[in-house]
Design a protein around this ligand. Structure first.
Ligand code: GLN
Length: 206
């Protein structure tokens, strides 16, 4: 199996946890902060964080000076790669950035995935919780879902495959090369969701 190189958007948020998890699985990683960091990647992860902050940073003067802002923004480049089939996985904030529709918000986004998302869907800003999730695509054993000011997927288009659900809504979904989880697989010991993403990359390479 050829070595995969996976980028993790490192503008803000818990990108380090993803990088460590990928390294533990023997994957080559890259912290992506500017457009040129996207070259030659096999896949990209958008970590958890604060979606409004990342959207502003991406468009800001500071971002421009760092090579990530206007005129060719890093979101524009990622959007193009996603449309061309690059596997992209968004966790929590990342799932918000992937969504075409963010309920009641005009904030910046990639808008690649045919889902509606509700930010902070579990109430107050600081609310966090853990719950066992049933995700048949990664095996029968439950996966410990860590929710940190988590969103929920409230609508999924016809080409979107729902991979995990709780009573309140959808927590994991896939649309072709795009994967969204509203919880944080990078903070638990279980590597099955990361391995699922690696398989998505493999099947795309064939
Ligand atoms: N509440 C954050 C947002 O709306 C997401 C939280 C997270 O990524 N842990 O961007």
């Amino acid at each position: 199996m050829a070595t995969k190189r996976i980028g993790v958007l490192g503008l803000q948020g818990d990108f380090r946890e993803h990088i460590e998890k990928l390294q533990s699985l023997g994957v080559e990683t890259r912290d992506v902060r500017r457009v040129t960091d996207l070259e030659g990647l096999d896949a990209l992860i958008l970590p958890g964080g604060e979606s409004t902050a990342v959207a502003i940073l991406e468009r800001s003067e500071a971002g421009f000076e760092a090579g990530v802002g206007r005129p060719d923004t890093i979101f524009d480049s990622i959007r193009k790669l996603g449309e061309e089939g690059l596997p992209i996985w968004g966790t929590c904030m990342g799932s918000i950035l992937l969504a075409k529709d963010i309920e009641g918000s005009k904030q910046g986004r990639l808008g690649l995935m045919d889902i509606s998302i509700r930010r902070n869907a579990f109430g107050p800003q600081r609310f966090s919780a853990e719950t066992e999730l049933h995700i048949p695509a990664i095996g029968e054993e439950p996966f410990r879902g860590v929710f940190i000011r988590a969103p929920l997927i409230t609508k999924a288009g016809k080409d979107v495959e729902v991979l995990g659900e709780i009573v309140q809504g959808v927590v994991m979904a896939r649309e072709k090369n795009l994967l969204a989880t509203v919880f944080h697989p990078e903070v638990v010991d279980d590597t099955r969701v990361h391995e699922y993403f690696l398989k998505m990359i493999e099947s795309k390479k064939k």
